[in-house]
Ligand binder design. Structure first.
Ligand SMILES: Nc1ncnc2c1ncn2[C@@H]1O[C@H](COP(=O)(O)OP(=O)(O)OP(=O)(O)O)[C@@H](O)[C@H]1O
Length: 308
C-alpha cells in the first residue's frame, strides 16, 4: 500500500437481506484530501464509507484504512476515526464543556482537562462553555460537533451532510476549518446532496445503487460528463423553456435565476437549436461552462433511468 493513501480498498460488496447495496467497490483516497460522495438517496454512500473505515464488515473484498486492515484491525481504525453525523448527536442537556469532557473520556484521552481547554479555544467555544448544547444555534452546534469529532486527532474524519440547515456564513467557517484539518493531514470523507459542499471537495465519487459511476478530481467532473452548456438569459423565458424541452440537441434544462442553462451531448445540434433564439429582443444566448450542478443533475437523472 502506498504511504500516500489513506484508504485503499478493492471489491467491497455488501448486501442487506436479498438486496446488494454495494457491489464490487474499489477506491483509493489520497491522505489529506477531502473526498465527496454524492448520489441518490439509498445508493449506498454511507454503507460504503462505513466499510472503508472499518465500521462495518463487508461480505467480500477488503483493503486498508490509515495503513490498517479494515477487517482485522477495525478496532484500531475506529479509534482513529472522527464521525460527524447529520443529526446533532451530542447531549443537548449537557453544556458545551461537559460534552467535550464526555468525548475526551470516551476516547480515553490523556490529560482530558487540558485537551478540552485547548479545544474550546481552538474552536472559539470558550464564551459558550457553560451553555447547554440544545440552546446553541445551528451553526454553533455544527462547530461543537466538529470539535467533538476531531478532538482525539483522528486520521480520518467522516462527515454526513455536515452543513445541512446551517446559514451561509457558518457553512463558510465550517469549511475553512475542514480545509485547515486537511492541510494538517486529516483525510475527510463527506457524504452530501449539497452542491456547495461538493464544490468544496478535492475529489468526488458519484455512486448510484452501489456502483461508482464517476470518481475524479472535482474540477474534472463537468468535462467527464461530456455536456456542452448554453446560457439563455432574459425576461419571459417560460415559452422558450417549453419549446426547448423536446428540441433537437437538448438533453437537460436547468433554471438559474433569470437564466436557463441548456445542456446536451451533441454540441452541433444544441448550438443550432439555442442560436435560433439569438437576436430576440431582450434575450441573450451565450456559451457557458458546464458546472458541477449541471453535471450532477445529469448524473442523477441518468442513474435513476438506469436503476429504477
Ligand atoms: N443496517 C441496515 N440494515 C438493512 N438495510 C440497510 C442497513 N443500512 C442501510 N440499509 C439500506 O441500504 C441502502 C443503502 O443505504 P445507505 O445509507 O448506504 O445509502 P446512502 O446513499 O447513504 O443514502 P442517503 O443519501 O439517503 O443517506 C438503503 O436502501 C438502506 O435502507
Amino acid at each position: 500500500m502506498s504511504e500516500a493513501l489513506a484508504i485503499d480498498v478493492k471489491g467491497l460488496t455488501k448486501s442487506f437481506g436479498e438486496t446488494r447495496v454495494v457491489d464490487d467497490f474499489d477506491m483509493q483516497v489520497p491522505k489529506g484530501s477531502i473526498y465527496g460522495f454524492l448520489g441518490p438517496n439509498g445508493s449506498g454512500k454511507t454503507t460504503t464509507i462505513r466499510m472503508m473505515c472499518g465500521l462495518l464488515k463487508p461480505d467480500s473484498g477488503g483493503g486498508t484504512a490509515l495503513g490498517l486492515d479494515i477487517i482485522e484491525e477495525s478496532r484500531t481504525i475506529k479509534s482513529r476515526v472522527g464521525y460527524m453525523t447529520q443529526r446533532f448527536s451530542l447531549y443537548g442537556d449537557l453544556t458545551v464543556r461537559e460534552n467535550l469532557t464526555f468525548m475526551a473520556r470516551l476516547h480515553a484521552l490523556k490529560n482530558p482537562k487540558q485537551i478540552v481547554a485547548d479545544t474550546l479555544e481552538e474552536y472559539d467555544l470558550g464564551p459558550r462553555a457553560h451553555q447547554l448544547a440544545d440552546t446553541l444555534s445551528g451553526g454553533w452546534k455544527q462547530r461543537l460537533a466538529l470539535a467533538a469529532a476531531s478532538m482525539h486527532n483522528p486520521g480520518l474524519l467522516l462527515l454526513d451532510e455536515p452543513t445541512a440547515g446551517v446559514d451561509p456564513k457558518a457553512r463558510r467557517d465550517f469549511w475553512d476549518r475542514i480545509r485547515g484539518l486537511a492541510r494538517k493531514g486529516v483525510t475527510v470523507l463527506v457524504s452530501t446532496h449539497y452542491m456547495d459542499e461538493a464544490a468544496q471537495c478535492d475529489y468526488i465519487a458519484f455512486i448510484a445503487y452501489g456502483k461508482k459511476l464517476i470518481d475524479a478530481p472535482s474540477a474534472d467532473i463537468p468535462e467527464r460528463v461530456g455536456l456542452v452548456t448554453w446560457r439563455i438569459e432574459g425576461k419571459g423565458l417560460q415559452p422558450i423553456y417549453d419549446e426547448l424541452l423536446n428540441a433537437e440537441g437538448v438533453d437537460q434544462i436547468a433554471r438559474f435565476g433569470s437564466a436557463l442553462h441548456v445542456s446536451g451531448r451533441d454540441a452541433d445540434a444544441l448550438e443550432r437549436t439555442v442560436c435560433a433564439y439569438r437576436g430576440r429582443e431582450g434575450i441573450s444566448v451565450d456559451l457557458a461552462k458546464t458546472g458541477l450542478e449541471e453535471a450532477f443533475i445529469w448524473l442523477m437523472a441518468g442513474s435513476q433511468d438506469n436503476f429504477t
